[in-house]
Ligand binder design. Sequence first.
Ligand code: NAD
Length: 252
Amino acid sequence: MSKKLESKVALITGAGSGMGRAMCLEFAREGARIIAVDLNLDSAKRVESELGGGDACLALAGDVSNSKSVADFCGQALDATGRVDILVNNAGILDNYASVTDTSEELWDRIIGVNLKGMFLVCRALLPAMVERRSGVIINLGSIAGFVAGGGGAAYTSSKHGVIGFTRQLAFDYGKLGVRANAICPGAVETGMTKDILASGDMAVIESIRSVPAGRHAQPEEIAKLGLYLASDDSSFVHGAAMLIDGGWTIK
Ligand code: NAD
């Protein structure tokens, strides 16, 4: 049986951990050549090793919130592979919960800078070549925090609401030019970002997770399956969607 992403090149940000890593492995299994970008180069290198290096995966250091760094890693990626067919804007950060009045300007800028401005910078760098080829797929990592207020705090919630608007605008502007853009909006997933919270034994956290219809949190591999669907031609008619994959969190 042919693989779903045969001969495709996928650039994944925040690739060294959690859902980014899971998507690297899932996409590679389906034939994609991976460019694994992470602020933490060691973690991206570990993914590169897991995939055997060589043509299978190239690890690059990169900070999505810094336009110079974005230009550097996108340039290196295009030099190495000639094109990027699939872009997964996955890099993201969360900090301690803070309401608006508890949010410093530094915290606001840092979270919006990575979670929202970061995907703008990477899209701006890679879209021209996709448009020229009239072909490309963009997947942005949103969150249930793009639908409901709560756990993430003011900056995180705002960034993830922004991801949905940004994704819709991408789909509106570039769909007719051959580029499909969609967002994945997970609920609680066990990753580097959440492992301490999930392991804390905090009853409020345990209760909020038990109370979702699925009765549990997710593993990153479950989210990577939706990533594969959106990256492949199986989702050829899906444009501008913000797909919840939250165990039912948002219907409560
Ligand atoms: P994670 O912390 O396990 O992985 C995030 C990766 O991004 C890390 O390897 C980190 O080094 C990298 N990174 C951080 N800042 C970066 C930057 N400026 N440039 C490049 N790389 C950077 O987190 P995760 O849970 O796998 O999160 C992935 C995405 O999913 C994020 O956008 C997050 O907001 C979103 N999300 C997570 C959950 C969850 O429950 N874990 C739920 C909903 C949405």
